[in-house]
Write a protein that binds this ligand. Structure first.
Ligand code: ATP
Length: 387
């Protein structure tokens, strides 16, 4: 198949910079999800790869071939859009076969291709139906089948399940997972929905303001966001952030810094700070990593636990409890397992602990700092956010 590379890609729409010097490789035979908030440039990047949009600057390569100025039909790509591109008045099988008629394939080969994709997408019960008899989700499956049957080297999906109802969404997500697992093509999948990206992607390219902020396997991206944006955008809800000032020296005589905050029950040593790191940092932690316990259960209290106040408790999707907390003058969120949430009062005093292996530090530029954190006076340092 082919990897896709874009080099120094820039796209301006009058005074809007939609893509700002994007250099990136989409791995061969992998599913890469372009994920990011509305307006970050996902669709523009995909449309340039497809040849539907000309870049203002930069190049696009499929394998060794420069395709920047090739029209879409010469790129050997399949595309699936938000709204299914299908023809009314003909059957599902005919819809899938139609684009194959312009390829040099025998009738038998065409029938075989149709049969394969019908099977792959679970469309068996619908093959002879007219498109108008199908619901939106099944129509989108037909559109996917049409794109896949041609066996292009690259398949591009642009938010293909945005416009279907919740039940069809779930069904399509499952079908796509199975499909993408079996296909050997290079797949680019645009979405603003992080659970969709987490489910489908081999790697997620997280976009922000016309740039690719980070690219990683879904879990790695979630666990180790490269900047505050990744911490904030991923997760439901995203990371809690607290500003903190570092103090001088870490008490070891080897330089470093200290971090004293009402959020930690003891001052911390901060080691391994990169040269030039400022004294102001942001502490980040995912709400599901915050530990919360009833104030009365102080027996197993860790050395870093602090007294806090539970402001709100509500049940979220998945029966986890979403908590609103206050420690000192900081308010933030936590998400805890059902058993933990049930043991907590509706509001009032609680114990709160931020486990150091789950804590991330960010510099004033928003980038993650690869630092180690240890309770002052304790033994081995813990690399921030290594869990
Ligand atoms: P969404 O999820 O909302 O589709 P996106 O991440 O796909 O967002 P793009 O559609 O690529 O973002 O848009 C990136 C920026 O370029 C936005 O500010 C958008 O308004 C602008 N833009 C995109 N297409 C055009 C166009 N044809 N003319 C003018 N501006 C455009």
């Amino acid at each position: 198949m082919a990897d896709i590379r874009v080099e120094g890609l820039r796209k301006e729409f009058k005074d809007v910079v939609a893509l700002d010097d994007v250099t990136f490789a989409f791995a061969d035979s992998q599913v890469t999800c372009l994920l990011g908030p509305s307006g970050c440039g996902k669709t523009t990047l995909m449309r340039i790869i497809a040849g539907l949009e000309r870049p203002t600057g930069g190049e696009v390569y499929f394998g060794d071939q420069r395709v920047t100025h090739l029209p879409p039909r010469k790129r050997n790509i399949g595309m699936v859009f938000q709204y299914p591109v299908v023809y009314r008045g003909i059957s599902v099988a005919e819809n899938i076969e139609l684009p194959l008629k312009s390829e040099k394939l025998s009738k038998q080969e065409r029938a075989q291709r149709v049969e394969e994709v019908v099977h792959l997408l679970g469309l068996g019960a619908s093959v002879d139906k007219d498109i108008t008899q199908l619901d939106n989700g099944t129509r989108q499956k037909v559109a996917v089948a049409r794109a896949v049957a041609r066996q292009p080297r690259i398949i591009l999906f642009d938010e293909p399940i945005t416009n279907v109802d919740a039940e069809a969404k779930l069904q399509l997500k499952r079908a796509f997972k199975e499909l993408t697992r079996r296909l050997e093509q290079t797949i680019v999948y645009v979405t603003h929905d992080q659970t969709e990206a987490m489910t489908l992607a081999d790697q997620i390219a997280l976009m922000n303001e016309g740039r690719i902020a980070q690219c990683d396997a879904p879990r790695a991206l979630y666990n180790r966001p490269a900047d505050r944006f990744g911490g904030w955008f991923l997760g439901n809800p995203g990371m809690d952030f607290f500003d903190a000032e570092l103090g001088p020296g870490d008490g070891t005589g080897r330089g470093g810094a200290t971090l004293a905050s009402p959020l930690f029950g003891a001052p911390l040593r901060v080691g391994g700070l990169p040269p030039g790191a400022g004294r102001t940092v942001t502490v980040g932690i995912r709400p599901e990593h915050v530990r919360v316990a009833p104030a009365a259960g102080a027996d197993g209290r860790g050395p870093l636990a602090v007294e806090g106040e539970l402001l709100r408790k509500s049940i979220s999707i998945g029966r986890q409890y979403l908590l609103g907390l206050r420690v000192g003058d900081r308010t933030f969120k936590a998400k805890v397992a059902p058993a933990v949430g049930e043991a907590l009062p509706a509001s009032g005093p609680v114990l709160v602990e931020l486990p150091l292996n789950r804590v991330a530090l960010f510099g004033t530029d928003g980038r993650r700092l690869d630092a180690t954190l240890t309770p002052a006076g304790a033994g081995l340092p813990v690399a921030a956010g290594t869990a």
